[in-house]
Design a protein around this ligand. Structure first.
Ligand code: XMP
Length: 516
């Protein structure tokens, strides 16, 4: 296993992914994790991430100095490299600004283990920030770049390496091989981290933890809860009960699809609660987006609790001991909020709510070590269809965040019909799986149109099609006009209540993906 100490780089999770692509488990840990803890974890090598700080800045994140005495190989990336100089007796010159840019690396010591099998000239993605001006003792220069005379350094006997560029990003095309050389070649890690082994091991762990107790899981039909459900079902079969809450804000055919897949196909114990009326009653007359979200969150918990209580009563003496959730690794990584890395703060609002707080369950989170693409592989391995495993994200509050103004049964019907057309056309044209999200939004704007000989006065719908890596930033997709034309004319012709379609050409930031 490789420990990745996080000093606040925006790329920390990308590095962790690169290591796992070598089929070696990697764990992101706080930058100041004590050396003894790393040793206890059985770490075979350490990577020090980049970070926005300057090593000399007040409060700059520092590692436990004892990590340099563990005898383990260490790879420093950018800020991580400066830490060698700072802690082991070199010199670093501070720079006020951090910039990135393309560059060329000239490898001068081809015997360096990091560059084994690679050409001596490499395209790289530089990080222009603080720079080393004097090497710490025992280190040598391995490669130079147009940006730095110390682009790659190493201490051969201690197996310490420092890079002044980012091997983990796509702009460093051979960077994966550099990471692999470190993980396999230098640290000697065996490639044992596969999703097949993960499934076997996790099922055994679930069985050991759960014993003969019962487990409840809120199934949303999204990727994470679906994969968690199938994994748990494989491990404990009928001891798992899934609750699917139809909040009346789902897409066309969604509730039926969940029943078909999990109930009929996988033969899971599935309790579907149709709470449409409850939700719509709560939402009557509400137009404020924050209030909508809050009401939906609170109501969800109530419905879920009611269902869990009534299920528990129906099986006397066998209450649910565990609540399972599809929490993923990015949700559990203890984020390092260092100035300049606000990512962790933006994210949290989507993950609040949805959890019964006053029920006494033990939590079961079988996916908490996995990244999203690993979860998808697990899902596929367990036999979930592509439509589920690769589906686009769909927000918990459902179509409520895509209907501006009041949510009524009638407006839901209109949006569902438009959304169905968007999904069908995106799938038919092969675009659905290429983009992050594609959907229709119903606006509280009516305008004049013509239909045959008649004048219409109906709603406008916006089309939102974006690409994104993680939902934090996004850009609108430059779609072919023909496809936009097909979607637009089908919506205007087939959906009663919409006579105008607009295409949203805003990026995030400053806009968000959902309109709310
Ligand atoms: P925004 O609209 O904030 O959305 O740019 C970013 C991503 O998050 C999804 N989203 C949600 N997901 N519960 C969720 O599970 C929510 O309340 C929620 N709100 C937005 C959105 O679809 C996009 O992928």
């Amino acid at each position: 296993m490789i420990a990745l100490l996080d000093f606040g780089s925006q790329y920390t999770q990308v590095i962790a992914r690169r290591v796992r692509e070598c089929q070696v488990f990697s764990q992101i840990l706080r930058y100041d994790t004590p050396a003894a803890e790393l040793q206890a974890l059985g770490v075979q090598g350490i990577i020090l991430s980049g970070g926005p700080a300057s090593v000399y800045a007040e409060g700059a994140p520092q590692p436990d100095p004892a990590i340099f005495e563990l005898g383990l190989p260490i790879l420093g990336i950018c800020y991580g490299t400066q830490l060698f100089a700072f802690h082991l007796g070199g010199k670093v010159v501070a720079s006020a600004r951090r910039e990135y840019g393309k560059g060329t690396l000239q490898v001068e010591k081809a015997d360096c283990a990091l560059f084994r099998g690679l050409p001596t000239k490499l395209e790289i993605w530089n990080s222009h920030g603080d720079r080393i001006t004097k090497l710490p003792r025992g280190f040598r220069i391995v490669a130079k770049s147009d940006n730095s005379d110390y682009a790659a350094i190493e201490h051969p006997s201690k197996r310490f390496f420092g890079l002044q560029f980012h091997p983990e990003v796509a702009h460093t095309p051979r960077g994966r091989e550099i990471v692999r050389n470190f993980v396999d070649g230098v640290c000697g890690c065996q490639p044992t981290w596969t999703m097949g082994s993960f499934i076997e091991q996790t099922c055994a762990e679930i069985r050991a933890k759960v014993g003969d107790s019962r487990v409840i899981l809120g199934l949303s039909g999204g990727v994470d809860s679906s994969v968690a459900a199938v994994l748990l079902h494989k491990a404990i079969g009928d001891q798992l009960t899934c609750i699917f809450v139809n909040n009346g804000l789902l897409r066309d055919g969604e509730a039926e699809a969940v029943q078909r897949l999990f109930g009929d196909h996988f033969h899971m114990k599935l309790k579907t609660v149709d709470a449409t009326a409850r939700f719509l009653k709560k939402l009557k007359g509400v137009t404020d987006p924050e209030r909508k979200r809050k009401l939906i969150g609170v109501e969800f918990v109530r419905v879920f609790e009611d269902a869990a209580v009534s299920l528990a009563k129906s099986k006397k003496g066998r209450p649910f001991k565990f609540l399972a959730q599809g929490t993923l690794y990015p949700d559990v990584i203890e984020s390092v909020s260092i100035a300049g890395n606000p990512a962790s703060l933006i994210k949290s609002h989507h993950n609040v709510g949805g959890l019964p707080k006053n029920m006494k369950f033990e939590l079961l989170e079988p996916l908490r070590q996995l990244f999203k693409d690993e979860v998808r592989v697990v899902g596929e391995t367990l036999g979930l269809p592509k439509e589920v495993v690769h589906r686009q994200p769909f927000p918990g509050p459902g179509l409520a965040v895509r209907i501006l103004g009041e949510i009524t049964a009638e407006r839901l019907k209109v949006l569902r019909a438009a959304d169905r057309i968007v999904i069908d056309e995106m799938k038919a044209s092969g675009w659905y799986y290429k983009v992050w999200q594609s959907f229709a939004v119903l606006l509280p704007v009516r305008s004049v149109g013509v239909m045959g000989d008649e004048r219409t006065y109906e709603s406008t719908c916006a089309l939102r099609i974006v690409e994104s890596q993680d939902g934090m930033t996004a850009d609108w997709v430059r779609m072919p006009y023909e496809l936009l034309a097909t979607i637009s004319s089908r919506i205007c012709n087939e959906v009663r209540g919409i006579n105008r379609v607009c295409f949203d050409i805003s990026s995030k930031p400053p806009s968000t993906i959902e309109w709310e």
